[in-house]
Design a protein around this ligand. Structure first.
Ligand code: C5P
Length: 412
C-alpha cells in the first residue's frame, strides 16, 4: 500500500520512467523499488548519458521488464515501437531530468528514444530535475521549465543541499519517496503544480535574523553608526525563507530592498533591536548578522546640541546590550544560535574564542581586511565545535545559500 495514507489504497498503474544522464540516476533505481511496493510498475527508458551512471541490467532486474534505450535498435523497436512505448503508461516520469532533456522537450527536439517518446506521448509528464545549482538557476533552464509547465508538465523538486559536485544550493533531485508521492498524486488525477511541490527542508522551522547597522542618537539630528550595508543579513534571511523557514528579519536602517518572503521589523537602536528580538522568540534558529553598535551616547537630549564657539562637551558612551549573548543565554534560547565575527587578523583564533565567549553554536567569521563591508563578496569561515571550515570567496548571495543549506542540514 502507498506510504502516503492520505492518498488512498493500492494503485494498479504503470509509469514510463525515463532515466536521464546525471549522478542522481542511482536514486531512480531505488524509485523503481519504492513504486513497486506501492503497486506501481515501471517500464524504463535510459538515455545514452543515463547508461554512464546506471546499467539497463539493474533497471531491468528491478522493474522486471525490458529496458529501452536506443531509438535505432531494431530489437527494441520490434518489441515495442517508440510511439507505443510513449502511450503504454499512465504517466511519464523523467528522473533525473537533466537540463539537456528538459531543454529538448521544451523545444520539441526529438533526437533519441527518450526525447522522441516525450514528444509523442499523450500522457502527463512529471519531471524530477537534477543538476548543478548554476545550471538550475540559468535563465535558459528556468525559461524551459516555464514552457514545460505551460504545456502541462508537473515538477517535483529539486531540493537544496550539498551536491555531488561539491557546491551547495538548489538542484539536488528530490528523494525517491517524495517522487513516489508526487507520482501517486499525479496518477490519482492531481494536475496542479502546487499539489506536487516537494516539501522544503526548513518547512515548519522559524528563523530570526538581524541585519544592518544600528543607529545610536546623540541628539535629534546626529547619531553614531557604522558602514554595514545589510546585504549579507538580507541575503541570509532570503535564503532561509527560500528553504521554507518562517523568517523574521530585524533590520537597522539600510537602503536595500528586503526579500519578499520574510517578516521585516525595522528598528534604529541596539536597545530596540534587542526588544524586537525578544518579542520574536521563540524561534528555532537565530542568525545574528547585524553590526550592532557597541556603545551608545549615555544621554540624548531633546534639543539639537548648538555650536557656541567652544569645543563641545565630551560624548559619554555607555555599553549597548549584547543581543547575541542575551539570546544565546535566554531561557527560550533558539536551538541553533549563529553569530558573526568581523576580523582583520588571526581570524580563526578570534572566531573560536568568540564562539565560546558568546555561547553560540556557530560563528561565521569574515575577514574584513578587504572589501567586505558594503561589498558584494566575502570569504567566510564557519567555526563550529567540530573546527573551522573555510569557504571560497563567494558572492554574499551564494554564501547565504551555503549557510542556509548548512542550517537545513543541521535540522535534517
Ligand atoms: O565581538 P562582537 O560583539 O563584534 O561579535 C559580533 C557578533 O555579535 C555578531 O553576531 C553581532 O551581530 C553580535 N552582536 C550583538 N550585539 C552587540 C554586539 C554584537 O548581537 N551589542
Amino acid at each position: 500500500m502507498g506510504r502516503n495514507a492520505a492518498l488512498g489504497t493500492v494503485l494498479n498503474k504503470r509509469i514510463l520512467l525515463i532515466i536521464g544522464g546525471g549522478i542522481a540516476a542511482y536514486k531512480s533505481l531505488f524509485l523503481i523499488r519504492v513504486l513497486a511496493k506501492r503497486g506501481i510498475a515501471s517500464r524504463v527508458i535510459i538515455t545514452r548519458g543515463g547508461t554512464e551512471f546506471v546499467t539497463p541490467l539493474s533497471a531491468g532486474a528491478l522493474s522486471g521488464d525490458n529496458v529501452y534505450s536506443d531509438l535505432w535498435d531494431l530489437t527494441d523497436e520490434a518489441e515495442m515501437g517508440h510511439i507505443e512505448l510513449s502511450r503504454s503508461a499512465d504517466l511519464v516520469v523523467v528522473a533525473p531530468a537533466t537540463a539537456d532533456i528538459m531543454a529538448k522537450a521544451a523545444h520539441g527536439i526529438a533526437n533519441d528514444l527518450a526525447t522522441t517518446t516525450l514528444l509523442a506521448t499523450d500522457k502527463r509528464v512529471l519531471y524530477a530535475p537534477a543538476m548543478n545549482v548554476r545550471m538550475w538557476e540559468a535563465a535558459a533552464t528556468q525559461r524551459n521549465i516555464e514552457t514545460l509547465k505551460k504545456d502541462g508538465a508537473l515538477f517535483i523538486g529539486p531540493d537544496a543541499g550539498a551536491m555531488a559536485c561539491g557546491e551547495f544550493g538548489e538542484g539536488r533531485m528530490a528523494e525517491p519517496e517524495e517522487i513516489a508521492d508526487a507520482i501517486e498524486a499525479a496518477l490519482r488525477g492531481v494536475t496542479t503544480l502546487d499539489g506536487l511541490k516537494g516539501p522544503k527542508p526548513l518547512n515548519g522551522k522559524s528563523a530570526l535574523v538581524t541585519a544592518g547597522p544600528t543607529r545610536e542618537p546623540i541628539d535629534p539630528v546626529r547619531y553614531l553608526s557604522n558602514h554595514s550595508s545589510g546585504k549579507q543579513g538580507y541575503a541570509i534571511a532570503g535564503a532561509l525563507a527560500d528553504l521554507g523557514a518562517d523568517v523574521t528579519l530585524i533590520s537597522g536602517p539600510v537602503s536595500i530592498r528586503p526579500p519578499a518572503n520574510v517578516n521585516l521589523v525595522k528598528i534604529e537602536t541596539a536597545v530596540e533591536m534587542l526588544a524586537a528580538c525578544k518579542a520574536a522568540l521563540p524561534s528555532d534558529v537565530f542568525v545574528s548578522v547585524a553590526a550592532v553598535a557597541d556603545w551608545r551616547p549615555a544621554e540624548c537630549g531633546a534639543k539639537k546640541i548648538k555650536k557656541n564657539g567652544d569645543s563641545p562637551a565630551p560624548l559619554i558612551l555607555e555599553e549597548n546590550p549584547d543581543i547575541l549573548k542575551t539570546l544565546s543565554t535566554a531561557e527560550n534560547r533558539p536551538s541553533l544560535v549563529v553569530g558573526f565575527a568581523a576580523e582583520t587578523n588571526d581570524v580563526i583564533k578570534h572566531a573560536t574564542a568568540k564562539r565560546l565567549r558568546k555561547t553560540c553554536d556557530w560563528i561565521v567569521a569574515n575577514d574584513v581586511s578587504g572589501d567586505v563591508m558594503g561589498g558584494d563578496h566575502n570569504k567566510m569561515i564557519l567555526v563550529t565545535e567540530d573546527g573551522a571550515d573555510e569557504w571560497p570567496r563567494l558572492s554574499k548571495q551564494d554564501s547565504a545559500k551555503r549557510l542556509a543549506a548548512k542550517i537545513a542540514e543541521h535540522f535534517a
